[in-house]
Design a protein around this ligand. Structure first.
Ligand SMILES: Cc1cc2nc3c(=O)[nH]c(=O)nc-3n(C[C@H](O)[C@H](O)[C@H](O)COP(=O)(O)OP(=O)(O)OC[C@H]3O[C@@H](n4cnc5c(N)ncnc54)[C@H](O)[C@@H]3O)c2cc1C
Ligand code: FES
Length: 260
């Protein structure tokens, strides 16, 4: 069950320019949160902007009740959030989302992420560690935007870092490296989170190669609790296509369930 808490910001870290990691003390959220779920965060005390901002859970420390999230400053809301100082009590609702990652003991797992979509995949890999053989394909635009390489290395058996312009490690898109590896041996499941073109390419690969696949959709959101229809997605798994809510039914869906 999601709860609304005032969570103390116990550590704030600027990872690279414009990208921050926040560690907050939120035991009620840490106890029940699952990989792939997100938080709705009030970014100011004045009530302006009115809408909370959705940010995925990056890391959960269940024993100490600490939850971490990482965000990129995009507009006014995330700018205000980034200005908060350690010690601030942040109004957070969570954990939200009912569709979360399936952390069963799959033998061979491929995890693919792009840009800010790489962050929610850390907790997923952490939970699969020791149960599965994990290859992570993490794509960034360029060297300056590569983040958390050491952390991803620690939770995977193999890490493939790609940059679009080749300024660091492998040149190209992460999906191309996943496709190439699928020719040798298919994973039992693919997990993906990132920009829409990447998700579409992953969905296509999974359907064509008949690989089980889950994708996490980071649609724009309003309320975050299924009340505003701000996050509609076409669900095609039933007898008739229908519109579902990413915030309620997702953000994680099986790739063959949704039209993106
Ligand atoms: C389920 C979910 C999980 C998310 N997890 C993370 C996360 O872990 N880390 C992170 O940095 N961001 C994440 N986001 C995106 C984040 O919510 C937005 O970047 C943020 O709400 C922008 O708010 P703002 O007020 O700063 O910008 P706004 O002023 O609202 O918008 C500024 C710019 O950002 C763009 N933008 C706004 N929302 C999104 C979005 N959802 N996706 C892409 N572009 C957007 C707008 O089009 C605009 O160009 C997530 C979004 C969702 C729905
Ligand atoms: S964000 Fe309001 S219904 Fe999903």
């Amino acid at each position: 069950m999601p709860v609304k808490v005032l969570a103390e910001l116990i550590m704030k870290e600027k990872i690279i320019e414009g990208i921050y990691k926040f560690s907050v003390k939120a035991p009620q959220i840490a106890q029940t949160a699952k990989a792939g779920q997100f938080l709705e965060i009030k970014v100011s005390e004045t009530g302006e902007p009115f809408l909370r901002r959705p940010i995925s859970i990056y890391n959960i420390y269940r024993e100490t009740g600490v939850v971490e999230f990482i965000f990129q400053v995009k507009g006014r809301g995330t700018q205000l959030l980034s200005n908060m100082e350690e010690g601030t009590k942040i109004d957070i609702m969570g954990p939200l989302g009912y569709g979360n990652f399936d952390v069963k003991a799959y033998k061979k797992v491929a995890i693919i992420g792009g840009g800010i979509g790489t962050y929610p995949l850390y907790e997923l890999a952490k939970e699969l560690q020791g149960k599965s053989d994990i290859t992570m394909y993490m794509g960034f635009r360029n060297k300056n935007l590569v983040t958390l390489e050491k952390e991803f290395e620690q939770v995977s058996n193999k890490l493939v870092i790609t940059t679009d312009d080749g300024s660091y490690k492998n040149k190209g898109f992460a999906i191309d490296f996943l496709k190439e590896d699928c020719k040798q041996e298919k994973p039992d499941i693919i997990f993906a989170c990132g920009p829409l073109p990447m998700l579409k390419a992953v969905q296509k690969l999974a359907v064509e190669e008949n690989i089980l696949c889950q994708i996490s959709l980071e649609e724009r959101m309003g309320c975050g609790i299924g009340a505003c229809l701000g996050c509609a997605v076409k669900v095609i798994s039933g007898a008739e296509p229908r519109y579902g809510h990413v915030c309620k039914e997702g953000p994680v869906f099986y790739a063959n369930e949704v039209e993106i």
